[in-house]
Write a protein that binds this ligand. Structure first.
Ligand code: IVH
Length: 679
């Protein structure tokens, strides 16, 4: 970009004015109200645009421009504190190539023989804080403010458990005055809990943990701060000589009893910096606190003073920002979807927007209360968040962009599919369509039945199911197995080939393992793992259906709630009728027996108790069943043998002894599996 001085055209002047005004308004919201109307990414792009203009037309640069300052003048709520050295900002980069360019710029400013490892630290998404310790005692805590003057929040800082009141250093190490800097943050689980409480009390939600941290620390009443579980990490020390490296500063902080981020690493070169950034980005949602990037610092502090700083940021550090997970877009409408259990979930239909690598068109709004508390309305500009694998979510409206005359959204009174009244029980947050014949519920139940992990029927996704339900060809999952290719031909999108393929895919699913069939039935609380455990214990759907509740509850990983749910499901006339039609449709109801294995245990019943060394309880039971045997949960006169691992059940052993049933150790069990004979 040219640095030549040339006069800016009128249109540029106007845009620059507008950008400065917008940025100042958002700064005021962010720093003074601990709230933000727009996502960080949008704010950053306003600032980038302003930087670009000032770069192109240097005459435009002026002291008051937001590019020359950090933050905003402190609020009158708190006493001002002048920082001993300015609390600066960091230059940001968004690609790994730009980190390389930063490294090259540094090398140009230094001598060819100069070199240093790099210190990589998570960029904590909280608010910066400066602490002053005099003779080892905490005497002041201040926010950043405008970088030169911050706000005195000492009483609030004292309530943060992570912040030591007294340094844990030996007397000769304690300087007269020590200033340290770091970041105060809101841990994610505590943030979610806080918002749950806000919602319950009908109060406005915090839009993210950073706003919650700022709002909690900038309180007039320290008791409010004390009630919030704030965390902190520190990364900078001033006022101590003889600290030649950044990692040395961090060591001192650690020894002083102050929290230092455990993900911090010293790496030899930029190649290793890239690896660190990629790794941390892949784990960012597992940390328990929010980070928005990586701060890369030159490890050798002697180079810091030689590199110096620009007007707003040091040259020896750079912030690599992860791609944003929040964007703003228009909320076109709020609709309600009906799940297979009848639950009615409101969701936002959005103007498509690209977030973190994919296009988002729909985002959940969870339930009626969430829509009310967030007060999002059709037509609003909203902030949408897509973090990791989590379902995209509407964070809240951009109030400054709300159209006049908009009304709060109301939850519909009737089901959008069957038009019967929706029901919300007292004390519950979810709303349900309770009509078992509701077409939307049917579609969801059948689509679940056909989904991967269940019967895995290729080509039978939600839209296809909806089409076949609409055409009157499917009313429950069992109908799939009575479909003929000729029924499908002639329907929209079906030719001879696609009809035959779908019927073949359905045929293929007839022999899915028993665990998949159980998952497919969509019994409440019975997911893949429970289904597999129950299938391996009972070996057939019929045995499972006739099992007493106590026997079900005794299966590892099942327990009383799931057992009751299974019993309730199989007690229903309607469900039993559907299961009979699955049987007549040729579905495999028995756990598969492996033809490769000798059926050495046919007619034998082997009970497993305690922990085996070589295989898990489930594997042991599966090994028995796959050889044609049974593996019930209790000992009876019909039991062939009891296999006892470590810490076996005393009742089972006593009963075996009383009935004269052989008790085998693990080695003997393996022999039994091989030969079918009791050793
Ligand atoms: S070093 C001269 N290290 O990011 C500034 N900053 O965008 C030195 N931040 O104001 C800052 N984590 O509030 C540094 N590990 C980290 C950080 C970090 C978060 C914040 C800090 C700073 C802002 C700069």
């Amino acid at each position: 970009m040219s640095t030549e001085s040339n006069a800016a055209p009128e249109a540029v002047l106007a845009r620059v004015e507008e950008l400065r005004a917008l940025i100042k308004r958002y700064d005021a919201q962010y720093y003074l109200e601990s709230a933000s109307d727009i996502p960080d990414a949008d704010y950053d792009s306003l600032k980038d645009e302003l930087f670009a203009f000032e770069d192109q037309y240097p005459d435009l640069v002026q002291a008051g421009s937001p590019t020359q300052t950090v933050g905003i003048a402190p609020s009158a709520l708190f006493a001002p504190v002048r920082h001993s050295t300015p609390m600066m900002s960091l230059d940001k980069v968004t690609t790994l190539e730009e980190i390389l360019a930063w490294g090259a710029r540094l090398q140009k400013l230094l001598a060819p023989e100069d070199g240093s490892p790099f210190d990589c630290e998570p960029k904590i998404d909280g608010l910066s804080i400066s602490l002053t310790y005099e003779r080892g005692r905490l005497t002041r805590g201040a926010t950043r403010g405008d970088g030169r003057v911050g706000e005195d929040v000492t009483p609030n800082v004292r309530t943060v458990a992570a912040i030591a009141d007294e340094l844990a250093l030996s007397a000769n190490e304690i300087p007269e005055t020590l200033e340290i800097r770091g970041e105060v943050y809101f841990p994610v689980p505590a943030f979610e809990e806080l918002n749950r409480r806000q919602a319950e009390a009908g109060l406005r939600l915090f839009s993210n943990p950073r706003n919650a941290a700022a709002g909690s620390l900038r309180q007039k009443d320290p008791a409010v701060t004390a009630g919030r579980e704030l965390g902190a990490f520190f990364y900078q020390v001033d006022g101590v000589t003889g600290l030649p490296t950044q990692s040395g500063s961090l060591d001192l902080l650690r020894r002083a009893g102050l929290p230092v981020n455990p993900e911090t690493r010293i790496v030899p070169d930029l190649e290793a910096v890239f690896a660190y950034c990629r790794d941390l980005e892949s784990r960012r949602h597992l940390l328990g606190y929010e980070i928005d990037g990586v701060v890369v610092k030159v490890e050798d502090r002697a180079l810091h003073s030689r590199l110096g700083a620009t007007s707003h940021a040091p040259r020896w550090a750079v912030a690599y920002k992860f791609p944003p997970e929040e964007q703003s877009t228009r909320l076109e409408d709020i609709l309600v979807s009906i799940g297979r259990t009848g639950r009615a979930t409101p969701f936002a239909k959005l103007q498509p927007v690209r977030i973190a690598g994919s296009v988002v068109e729909l985002a959940t709004l969870h339930n009626e209360d969430q829509v009310r508390v967030k007060d999002v309305r059709p037509g609003d500009t909203v902030v949408v968040r897509k973090a990791g694998d989590v379902i995209p979510e509407v964070v809240g409206p951009v109030l400054g962009a709300r159209l006049s005359g908009s009304e709060p959204w109301r939850f519909p009174k009737t089901c959008p599919s069957c038009e019967r009244p929706l029901v919300r029980l007292e004390g519950e947050s979810d709303t349900y369509c309770i009509n078992a014949d509701c077409p939307a519920q049917r579609v969801q139940r059948i689509a679940h039945f056909a989904s991967r992990g269940a019967m895995d029927i290729e080509g039978l996704g939600e839209q296809r199911v909806a089409q076949l339900v609409e055409a009157g060809l499917l009313s429950d999952a069992a109908d799939c197995y009575h479909l003929q290719a000729s029924d499908l031909m002639g329907l929209d999108g079906f030719g001879e080939l696609s009809a035959t393929n779908l019927v073949a895919a359905i045929d293929d699913s007839r022999s899915r393992p028993l665990g998949n069939l159980l998952t497919a039935l969509g019994i409440r609380h019975v997911g893949g793992t429970v289904a597999a455990a129950v299938a391996s214990r009972f070996g057939s759907l019929d045995r499972l259906m006739s099992a007493p509740e106590a026997e079900l509850a005794a299966v590892e990983g099942v327990g009383a709630v799931i057992a009751a749910s299974l019993v309730r499901y199989f007690a229903s006339e309607e469900n039993r009728a559907m299961i009979e039609r699955l049987r007549s449709g040729g579905i495999q109801f028995e756990a598969a027996t492996d033809p490769q294995l000798s059926q050495s245990l046919v007619g034998k019943s082997v009970v497993v108790t305690g922990t085996l060394r070589g295989l898990s309880r489930e594997q042991a039971e599966a090994a028995i069943i796959s050889r044609g045997g049974k593996s019930p949960g209790s000992v009876s006169a019909k039991t062939t043998a009891v296999v006892a691992g470590d810490s076996p059940g005393a009742a089972k052993l006593t009963k075996a002894e009383a009935l004269g049933v052989r008790v085998l150790d693990e080695q003997e069990f393996v022999k039994l599996l091989e030969t079918g004979e009791l050793p």
